[in-house]
Ligand binder design. Structure first.
Ligand code: PMP
Ligand code: GLU
Length: 394
């Protein structure tokens, strides 16, 4: 019998966090790495949220909270879901967790038995497959390509569904591609989901507000799907609060109660100060954070313009999130700095070591032809990064 469980041995390290760690380590050794790896807003948390957190400390919020979060916060989340998404939930249909990441982990534990199948429209966020592995579920990719705008169609979906399929995870706006499904696209996909009543849908909407034009559409607003859709959202991206660790889920009472039970055994209710601040954040209209969205949009356009000078970087303009996901496969088979580039990992390592730019390879997102660059960074950093990259790839 080995020390570690098979599930943990099979579990890969988070590729996004691994690259961010590598960049930090190199920076601490005095090598100036431009970090376009981790997806994290580079803004400060807005002042009105910070003020609310400070007030709550002074008001002596310090004790354990209800496992599913303060009632006042769950009411604020219901208010937000109705205001922004026209979704009607009651506070007993909400669980607040330590980031959207924990929400997804709770849901996967609640729904999956060993051997169940998880469907992942490709490209997908790295932790979905890892969490499936941890639950001994099998994950299957539903492929897409740059030609389909990194989105799957209803046909692509119906081809992959089997009797073992239990969960499908949609993420729009998408990490890593930035693709946003329109209402019409989701309505076509919904028809297939409605026909397959054994499927549960996780709708990861963490980038909801980082959207540059295609109106956000939640699959939970399709009436026939509401009873088997779980919405996941959080404060990390929209409010520049990644380190505060606050996410939430909304869904059918039975699944929500199971997630609450799981969380009660694992971590209890999340941080009390972050919860008080989240009430303030969610009661404000999304217009309060538009200045960050506008800045991201400007940087997106700037980075696309800069990268257009590098041959072999095929890009589609993303409608949301803060990532570019260029197809760089034209470089595969070429030799640069004494090494033949065979895949996206080779490209990411070349750029880290020789251009001092940290990116994330497409492979752990299910697209080995691509590379992810986060543009949640200043224009100066983006400029320098592209200059370095273009010198290496010349
Ligand atoms: N979903 C997606 C698609 C993400 O990119 C992330 C990374 N922040 C999360 C969920 C988790 O977010 P957090 O745990 O910070 O709320
Ligand atoms: N979600 C962000 C990313 O993809 C943060 C890191 C993580 O949790 O994966 O970079």
């Amino acid at each position: 019998m080995g020390i570690l469980s098979k599930r943990v041995i099979d579990l890969p390290e988070s590729a996004t966090l691994a690259m961010a760690t590598k960049a930090r380590e190199l920076n601490s050794k005095g090598i100036d790495i431009i970090n376009l790896s981790i997806g994290e807003p580079d803004f400060s948390t807005p002042d009105f949220i910070k003020k609310s957190a400070i007030e709550s400390i002074n008001q002596n919020y310090n004790g354990y909270t209800p496992v599913d979060g303060y009632l006042e916060l769950r009411e604020a989340i219901c208010h937000k879901l109705l205001r922004d998404n026209q979704l009607n939930y009651a506070p007993n249909q909400i669980v607040v967790s330590t980031g959207a990441k924990q929400c997804i982990a709770n849901i996967m534990i609640a729904l999956l038995d060993p051997g169940d199948q998880v469907l992942l429209p490709c490209p997908y966020w790295v932790s979905y497959s890892a969490m499936s592995t941890l639950n001994q579920a099998n994950w299957e990719l539903i492929p897409s390509s740059i030609d389909s705008g990194y989105k799957i169609s209803a046909d692509d979906l119906s081809k992959q569904i089997t009797s073992k399929s239990k969960v499908i995870i949609f993420n729009s706006p998408n990490n890593p591609s930035g693709a946003v499904y329109s209402k019409e696209e989701f309505q076509k996909i919904s028809k297939v989901l409605i026909e397959n009543s054994h499927l549960y849908i996780i709708s990861d909407e963490i980038y909801e507000h980082i959207n540059y034009g295609v109106p956000h559409f939640s699959l939970a607003s399709v009436p026939e799907l509401a009873h088997r859709t779980i919405v996941v959202n959080g404060l990390s991206k929209a409010f520049a609060m990644t380190g505060w660790r606050l996410g939430y889920m909304a869904g059918p009472v039975e699944i929500v109660a199971a997630c609450k039970k799981i969380q009660g055994q694992f971590t209890s209710g999340t941080n009390c100060i972050a919860q008080r601040a989240a009430i303030t954040a969610l009661l404000q209209p999304p217009s309060e954070i538009q200045y960050m969205v506008q800045a991201f949009q400007k940087r997106r356009d700037y980075l696309i313009e800069l990268l257009s000078s590098i041959p072999g970087f095929k890009i589609i303009k993303p409608e949301g999130a803060f990532y570019l996901f260029p197809d760089i496969s034209d470089y595969y088979g070429t030799k640069i700095k004494g090494k033949t580039l065979n895949n996206s990992q080779d490209m990411a390592m070349l750029l880290l070591e020789h251009a001092h730019v940290a990116t994330v390879s497409g492979l752990p997102f299910g697209q080995d032809n691509s590379l992810r660059l986060s543009y949640a960074a200043s224009e100066e950093k983006l400029e320098k990064a592209v200059k370095n990259i273009s010198e290496i790839l010349k």
